[in-house]
Design a protein around this ligand. Sequence first.
Ligand code: ATP
Length: 564
Amino acid sequence: MKYQKLAELYEKLSSTTKRLEKIEILSSFLKDLSEKDKDVLYLLLGNIYPEYDEKKIGISNQLTIKAISKATGTQNTKIVQEWKFLGDLGKVSEKLTKNKKQVTLQSHVLTINKVLENLRKLPDLVGKGTVGKKLSLITELLTSATPLEALYLVRTLIGDLRIGLKESTIRESIVIAFFNKDKETSKIIQEAIDKSNDISAVFVIAKKGKLKDFEKISLVVGKPIKVMLAQKVSSIEDGFKALGENVGIEYKYDGFRLIIHKKEKEINLFTRRLENVTKQFPEVVAYVKEYVKGDSFILDTEAVGFDRKTKEYKPFQEVSQRIKRKYNIEELQKKLPIEINVFDIIYYNGKSQLNEPFKKRTALIKKIIKNQKYKIVSSKQIITSDLKKAEEFYKKSLEDNQEGIMMKNLDAIYQPGSRVGHMLKIKPEERDLDLVITGAEYGTGKRSGWLSSFILSCKNKDEFLEIGKVGTGITEKVESGKVTFDELTKKVKPLIIKEHGRQVTIKPKIVVTITYQEIQKSPNYSSGFALRFPRFTALRIDRNTEDITTLNEVKKDYEKQKRN
Ligand code: ATP
């Protein structure tokens, strides 16, 4: 097939912003597309390989400019000038090719195969002296291109096709081209895309017109797949309402998702974005070898950072650099250790687990993992329909420096790539109030000697009214970005006005930012309101008590929350 035909399709697709029109255009193109040109589907998404493949084109604007220059015999400075004017290197290339074409004859016809052949050589070229080779591969294509082809070749090179085509639009076009349009068919095809991450393979099956053939698409260990995502609810009650009784509740670990594949001896780790990060986490590979039973499996996990000395869990931001780091891996591994929390299993010893109910998958995880704290463990889980127990668990998760909880339907299947209504996340809304500390209580046990719980107040004209108590978010040991009990006690103690047992009254001076999930009416505090799940997030030395939240603002927030 000629590349010109694809370029014309791109042009048609970009001529409309309406999704339905795009689907109509694309579906009639797909009907006529022969199987041997199946890889056109990669090009439609700006890729040269299936999505699971990490090899991407990745050519810089600078190199593209050089190639346009060579192919059209135009100086770089002139190209840059045109670029500024037209705002699109593709358009520049199109214009300059047009000018050239008036004087020279086209050298030869560009085919899809030739384009793919050259483009696919690009990511394999690495290291010294490769720039020249890349340049000649691209120049060769641009020299043979028609103006329209040059436009889309350049846009493909720099990763900016501008045709407004999403994967879901291609999916719908496949449905219309080969089946009857209905929701169930779309679902089957989306599942095939999510399982295979190979749109061209899906096209080939669809072309035969038999929906049943999609069953042939199965998981392949070692090839990344898209994970299942959660929906959000704003309260545990809503979670129970949506999921019914006996819900599996887990910590929502504050880390990053890591999908672990094992096939015979080979272990691969992927991120949620399908990147292979095996090299970055050699210790995880070792943990999996040592503590997980099975010849082949795919595990869905969350990696959480912790402090080597204090063993306290760290927020995601502090370990995030490990994902990208390609050098000094060992050093970073020591500095920023992680623990793997396994919360799902997708494949085990030759068998897909996608259609097994969650409770069975959980049981399997428990069976095959030998829990090793601070290395690899099955995720903490309770099964309950009791609101109080769930709230306790939520509170504990936050105290353990995690993000919140996940509520999961125990009978649900695993749906790759979907944001499902049977796995719900609850975390404190990132709403905050600036409040002043007006009281405190001395701690006991590990926290004795410190003030460990602080009474917070808002303001009503000249009066301070209590609205809640906070102990979460303050740490025992020094941790970056966090305030310790020791620090806060030293600041608060000189402001004690009255002592009554372990409780003290504090002169209102220290302003703090408190994050909370919800405001409730409450007879226990003088403001008439209480904060649910308050968490200390910052000491506001830059603020004084004039700036704090007023009772009116609290009332407004409460009303707004009720409306939502
Ligand atoms: P968020 O920013 O809230 O993490 P997200 O878009 O990254 O959202 P969601 O699927 O919406 O991802 O939320 C759940 C995320 O929480 C998962 O992607 C996963 O990385 C993480 N997570 C932590 N603990 C668990 C757990 N026990 N079960 C499932 N996911 C968990």
